[in-house]
Every structure is written in structure tokens, then in C-alpha cells.
Design a protein around this ligand. Structure first.
Ligand SMILES: CCCCCCCCCCCCCC(=O)SCCNC(=O)CCNC(=O)[C@H](O)C(C)(C)COP(=O)(O)OP(=O)(O)OC[C@H]1O[C@@H](n2cnc3c(N)ncnc32)[C@H](O)[C@@H]1OP(=O)(O)O
Length: 169
């Protein structure tokens, strides 16, 4: 199996997708054969909403956000003709995130996110994402989102790898 996008992107301490963040969700994203990307995640009991059986909406937003931004970066490396993480870093951040929460997301089973790059225009990349049952059973997704990823300049490197509160000593 190929490494996850996140295992190839350097300097990533993100709570949702940073391998270096010891308290984070550490989600992992991969290309699918049809050009979309997927991420399977097993929610944890403490990530519950008010009712204990469902996933908190902020956790859902983080999963969608991070899976899509990492997909944007992977796509940008591909457009540049480079392997992810090779050469000058390519970084995207979230400019906009729009989520429709369509049905409660069960907390006691794995969930799957599938993202697609819809459009690239200059520094902006639009992606769509659905969060669904891991079997991709033909039912309504639990959530559907669109996201605007925006490329940031390489001088953002000055923000990278500052000793972080997220690193446990
Ligand atoms: C430090 C190292 C990083 C390492 C990263 C590792 C992986 C990280 C993984 C993280 C994963 C988790 C992800 C996270 O949690 S990322 C954390 C959440 N996001 C942020 O904190 C972003 C905060 N915002 C900014 O820093 C700036 O506003 C950005 C950089 C986004 C734009 O700044 P600026 O305005 O100076 O950029 P520009 O003038 O070059 O504009 C370019 C184009 O974009 C258009 N536009 C601008 N803003 C928006 C907007 N909000 N919606 C729609 N469009 C917008 C703009 O009109 C223009 O369009 P056009 O005129 O070309 O048509």
C-alpha cells in the first residue's frame, strides 16, 4: 500500500492530520482509482455529541477539512509533476468550509470520507467531500461539504516547526 498523503507532507503539526501532533486525530488519506481520495476514520467515544451515540459536529468538520486540504496539497504536487513532499513545499490552508450535516453520524463504527477536486483556479482549489458509512452503502451521506483551499506562499515556512504546545515532552 502506498504511504498516506500525511506521511509525505513535511512540517505538519495539524490537530487533525499532523503525524507530529501527539494529541491529534492523525487521519490518513489515499488516492482511489477514480481520482478521488478517501480517508477511513474510527471515531472515539469521547468525540461524542450531546447524545453519546453520535459524533460531534466539530470533529466531523475537522475530518472533512483536513482530508480535503491534504487532498488539495497532494493534487497540487501532482500538477507540479512531483511526488508529495518532494522539492519546494506546497501548502494549502482552508479559506472556506461549508458543511451540510444530513444525518447523525454513528460513533461506534468506522466512517469514510471521499473527496474530489472540482476546480483549480490560480491559488484556489475547490473540493467536494462526502462523509458516509465505511461500506459506502447507497444511502444518504451523513455529511456533505464544499471547501475552498488556498495556496499560501513558501514564506509560511517561518511558521513551521516552532516548538509547539502539541508536542508532549
Ligand atoms: C506553516 C507551515 C504550514 C504547513 C502546512 C502543512 C499541512 C497543513 C495541513 C492543514 C490542514 C487543515 C487546514 C487548516 O486548518 S488551515 C487553518 C484555517 N485556515 C486559516 O487559518 C487561513 C487563514 N486565512 C489566511 O491566512 C488568508 O486569508 C489566506 C492565506 C487564505 C488568503 O490570503 P490572501 O487573501 O492574502 O491571499 P491572496 O490575496 O493571495 O488570495 C488568493 C485568492 O484567494 C482568494 N481568497 C482569499 N481568502 C479567501 C477566502 N477565505 N475564501 C475564498 N477565497 C479567498 C482571493 O480572493 C484570491 O482570489 P483571486 O483574486 O486570485 O481570484
Amino acid at each position: 500500500m502506498k504511504p498516506a498523503f500525511q506521511d509525505l507532507i513535511p512540517h505538519n503539526h495539524c490537530f487533525g492530520c499532523g503525524p507530529q501532533n501527539s494529541e491529534g486525530l492523525k487521519l490518513k488519506s489515499y488516492w482511489r482509482d477514480d481520482g478521488s481520495s478517501e480517508c477511513v476514520y474510527l471515531p472515539q467515544p469521547h468525540q461524542c455529541a450531546g447524545p453519546t451515540g453520535f459524533v460531534n459536529g466539530g470533529i466531523i468538520a475537522t475530518l472533512i477539512d483536513c482530508h480535503c486540504i491534504c487532498t488539495a496539497m497532494a493534487h497540487a504536487y501532482a500538477l507540479a509533476g512531483r511526488e508529495i513532499g518532494q522539492g519546494q513545499p506546497i501548502w494549502y490552508v482552508t479559506g472556506e468550509l461549508n458543511i451540510q450535516y444530513l444525518a447523525p453520524t454513528p460513533i461506534d463504527e468506522a466512517i469514510k470520507l471521499v473527496a474530489k477536486v472540482e476546480n483549480v483556479s490560480g491559488k484556489k482549489m475547490t473540493l467536494s467531500c462526502e462523509l458516509m458509512n465505511v461500506t459506502e452503502a447507497p444511502s444518504t451521506p451523513y455529511a456533505r461539504a464544499t471547501i475552498m483551499a488556498i495556496q499560501v506562499p513558501s514564506n509560511w515556512l517561518k511558521h513551521a516547526d516552532i516548538p509547539a504546545m502539541c508536542e508532549k515532552s
